[in-house]
Design a protein around this ligand. Structure first.
Ligand SMILES: CC(C)(COP(=O)(O)OP(=O)(O)OC[C@H]1O[C@@H](n2cnc3c(N)ncnc32)[C@H](O)[C@@H]1OP(=O)(O)O)[C@@H](O)C(=O)NCCC(=O)NCCS
Length: 335
């Protein structure tokens, strides 16, 4: 079942055509018109080479083409450094075994080596399984719907991710981040992070937390930030903006999380710096937060210039019931 990935060739045309036809055929409302709409499938390697891109195919043990992907510098209109992931298709019988993830990693590594700082892709609104796949791989919804004006009445969602950096998420991006952020939260809670939950935190509960967060973003009550490292959504932080009327100058920093495999690389500090900048831009002159005494986060806040205002003895409890002190930090911002 472990299909082998190799560069795609023009001579693979029959295999590419069969694969795309079969994948589109899973949707009764999608029309496959080879010569009318996708003639480039007849010489796809040349098509991507002419656009500065690359193409791969995956063969099963019998030499049958069962997967494909392409990547190319994005067309004008996208920010500089953007590359577009295209034509990710896997044979139905080879799904669920990691082939799609291996193809995506191959294309992303090529783009990153060529200097891509951002990856984008378009996915038909009907390809719901693909949306979950892309969201799991740290892509977030961006922009409005793109009509293809084709026989299938295709409407596509845009997805994008930064290769390395931090960004503020709008409501659409926040909603599509729930899958990846759910994994991140679950992992951090399992590792003993003091972020409101106790282990074991199930995947559904973790995703529900982020769906509520996305709702709050849409309502303007919360700001949600994300950090990517090597294309992985590896960190997040939130600002609760929903303060009492006499505290409207404040925001509370919450849910600062960095993937355990990506710590001590500056992601936490970068998230904190952008959160402070965005809070000031939103007119908040005072930030507050609580952290568990002795945690890495307390060291981070101190080193980032936050002031420790006090300690609440036994303010929080670990999963085994052990009490720990909570530290209260604040930071004033120039607005
Ligand atoms: C706290 C956390 C977000 C830090 O993320 P991070 O990406 O590793 O942090 P950074 O790499 O930006 O660290 C910046 C600075 O913070 C301090 N710091 C971070 N982790 C530290 C640790 N384990 N021990 C001591 N200092 C630490 C250091 O001063 C560090 O600078 P340095 O690496 O140059 O020495 C991460 O450990 C985490 O997700 N913990 C679990 C969740 C949690 O507790 N969240 C806080 C809720 S309030």
């Amino acid at each position: 079942m472990n299909a082998a990935i190799r560069p795609g060739r023009d001579t693979d045309a029959a295999g590419f055509i069969d694969l795309v036809r079969a994948c589109w055929g899973e949707y009764p409302s999608i029309v496959f018109d080879l010569d009318g709409e996708v003639p480039e499938l007849r010489a796809l390697a040349a098509y991507y080479a002419a656009r500065g891109g690359a193409l791969w195919a995956a063969d099963d043990a019998a030499g049958r083409l069962v997967g494909m992907i392409a990547v190319r510098p994005a067309e004008a209109g996208e920010p500089g450094g953007s590359w577009e992931i295209c034509r990710l298709y896997t044979d139905r019988a080879h799904r669920g075994g990691g082939l799609g993830a291996r193809l995506l990693a191959t294309a992303e590594a090529h783009a990153a080596a060529a200097g891509a700082s951002r990856l984008v892709l378009w996915s038909d609104t009907r390809f719901e399984r693909a949306h979950r796949f892309y969201e799991k791989h740290s892509y977030l919804r961006e922009g409005g719907l793109r009509p293809l004006n084709d026989l299938s009445n295709s409407l596509e969602y845009g997805y994008a991710k930064t290769w390395r950096g931090v960004a503020v998420l709008d409501a659409a991006a926040a909603a599509s981040a729930a899958i990846r952020l759910g994994c991140l939260l679950e992992e951090c809670v399992a590792g003993g992070a003091a972020v409101a939950f106790l282990p074991p935190l199930g995947r559904a509960a973790a995703q529900a937390f982020w769906r509520r967060a996305a709702t709050a973003v849409a309502q303007g009550r919360r700001m949600l930030l994300a950090a990517w490292e090597q294309g992985l959504l590896a960190g997040t932080v939130s600002l609760d903006l929903d303060m009492a009327p006499d505290q409207a100058h404040r925001a509370e920093l919450q849910s600062l999380l960095v993937d355990p495999g990506f710590r001590r690389r500056g992601l936490g500090r970068a998230l904190l710096a952008l959160a402070e900048q965005e809070a000031a831009a939103a007119g908040r002159s005072l930030l507050v937060l609580q952290a568990r005494a002795g945690d890495a986060s307390a060291a981070l806040f101190r080193s980032a210039g936050w002031t420790e205002a006090g300690r609440i003895p036994g303010g929080t409890r670990a999963a085994d019931g052990t009490p720990a002190d909570t530290l209260v930090f604040y930071r004033t911002l120039r607005i």
